[in-house]
Design a protein around this ligand. Structure first.
Ligand SMILES: NC(=O)c1ccc[n+]([C@@H]2O[C@H](COP(=O)([O-])OP(=O)(O)OC[C@H]3O[C@@H](n4cnc5c(N)ncnc54)[C@H](O)[C@@H]3O)[C@@H](O)[C@H]2O)c1
Length: 412
């Protein structure tokens, strides 16, 4: 059988997918696009070291777009996945997008309708769902051993300050500098929704002030964002993410009316379960679960990176198990919406906002023209600053210094 021809758009994070496709038996890398040529050169070097010379490298998206490809991995800027992804779907390509799904609600509606209209595969690369421990949490919850979910925590406590020069290059308008405190909620909310199969129905969001250690690197947004989300069974989810000094990188836990599970952060899971009527006399244990597929535990992000590309390729091939395990467009939107609309909650003084279920066609019209976001080009007239509490003007000298550190390979 002919291999699936895949192109990768964005060769920073995209190198993770590129490396996997270079070694795939079912797919071949045919094209790569990045406007920053040194990344293309590095990619070419790796591909040629594997004996692969038939890959075309593009600096311009429009040239890449015309290449003969069945599927595209969008690892471009986080707020431009829907913009480029919709064009690709309409041209008959399957797509996988990196995080996040959309910049605003109008894009969420358009993306969903484009996937429905074209019938092409959309896969969301929410890799934090697939570590061995989080997969085990999913299995335990779905076995019923925890009963009904009452509370969950998803915390992605990634202090990116030391790598800020390497991930924003000193660009004032880089999406990481423009995003709101709640935008990147996917790694905290995504795994909880994936484990439980529940949907978010309401969000109230909060943020800390902009802290000097981030302001001095070029961003004016609140430094830590939190969403308190009500799920469709009435459970509460606390989602916390990004730049905080912490003893842990992440934390995930589920608590039901029969027990709780927690990702201990060191490869182990803690499980407490009791039988109905056995109040507080249940069983507690910790152990190290096996990965979903043996040998993948050392892939990036705790073993999760392998599965996004793997399930994307297998979904295109029609593998039903992969299609069930991959994250499709409705779930992807659910994982991002509490952040998109969470920022509106912050702007409105932390007021609760009802979240639509965009699977239902009749709920879409209310959001079809809602371009509210902190990214000026996507927002148009509904633009809102990423700090509504304080007017912060970051001088050019800050960006000059961040750029200098990026070029010198120095940390933030
Ligand atoms: N899931 C994860 O664990 C994880 C980790 C890191 C990054 N990401 C995601 O990966 C994506 C890429 O992030 P990144 O860290 O590589 O940084 P980035 O967003 O700065 O890089 C995007 C790359 O795409 C290229 N690009 C963007 N628009 C282009 C255009 N119109 N034409 C040509 N090239 C273009 C840029 O030159 C850049 O190299 C983001 O969506 C980010 O959220 C996910």
């Amino acid at each position: 059988m002919a291999k699936i021809k895949i192109g990768v758009f964005g060769a920073g994070r995209g190198m993770t997918m590129i490396r996997q496709i270079l070694h795939s038996k079912e797919a071949e890398l045919v094209a790569v696009c990045d406007k920053y040529k040194p990344l293309l050169d590095a990619c070419r070097k790796e591909a040629e070291a594997c004996g692969l010379y038939n890959i075309t490298y593009y600096e311009k998206f429009d040239d890449f777009f015309n290449h003969d490809m069945d599927a595209v991995v969008c690892a471009n800027y986080a707020h431009e996945h829907a913009k480029f992804g919709i064009r690709l779907l309409e041209s008959g390509r399957h797509i996988m997008t990196e995080c996040l799904t959309m910049a605003n609600m109008a894009e969420a509606v358009r993306l969903i309708e484009t996937v429905e209209k074209t019938g092409k595969i959309y896969t969301y690369a929410e890799n934090y769902c697939y570590t061995p421990v989080r997969w085990e949490m999913r299995n335990i919850y779905r076995s019923g051993a925890l009963g009904e979910l009452m509370y969950a925590e998803g915390e992605y406590l990634h202090d990116c300050s030391s790598i800020w020069p390497q991930i924003t290059y000193g660009e004032r308008n880089h999406w990481r500098n423009l995003m709101s405190s709640t935008f990147y909620c996917t790694h905290s909310i995504g795994p909880i929704l994936y484990m439980t199969g529940l949907r978010p129905v309401q969000v109230s969001a909060f943020e800390t002030p902009n802290m000097p250690f981030m302001r001095n690197l070029g961003t004016a947004s609140g430094s830590l964002g939190m969403e308190i989300v009500t799920l469709n069974n009435g459970a509460m989810l606390k989602s916390l993410h990004f730049n905080i000094k912490s003893t842990r990188h992440s934390n995930y836990q589920l608590n039901g009316d029969l027990g709780g599970v927690q990702d201990l952060g060191d490869g182990r899971i803690a499980v407490y379960t009791e039988k109905p009527g056995e109040n507080c006399r249940g069983e507690y244990k910790t152990y190290t679960p096996a990965p979903i597929v043996a040998g993948t535990e050392n892939s990036g992000h705790g073993g999760g990176d392998f599965f996004t590309t793997y399930y994307f390729i297998r979904s295109i091939l029609g593998d039903e198990e992969a299609r069930e395990r991959a994250i499709g467009v409705y779930d992807a939107v659910d994982m991002c919406m509490p952040g998109t609309l969470g920022y509106r909650s912050i702007v409105m003084g932390n007021q609760p906002i009802k979240l639509p279920n965009l699977r239902n066609k009749e709920e879409r019209d209310a959001w079809r023209n809602d371009t509210f976001t902190t990214f000026p080009e996507s927002a148009g007239e509904q633009y809102v600053s990423n700090n509504v509490h304080e007017q912060i003007d970051i001088p050019d000298s800050v960006f000059d210094e961040v750029r200098r550190r990026w070029e010198a390979g120095e940390p933030g």
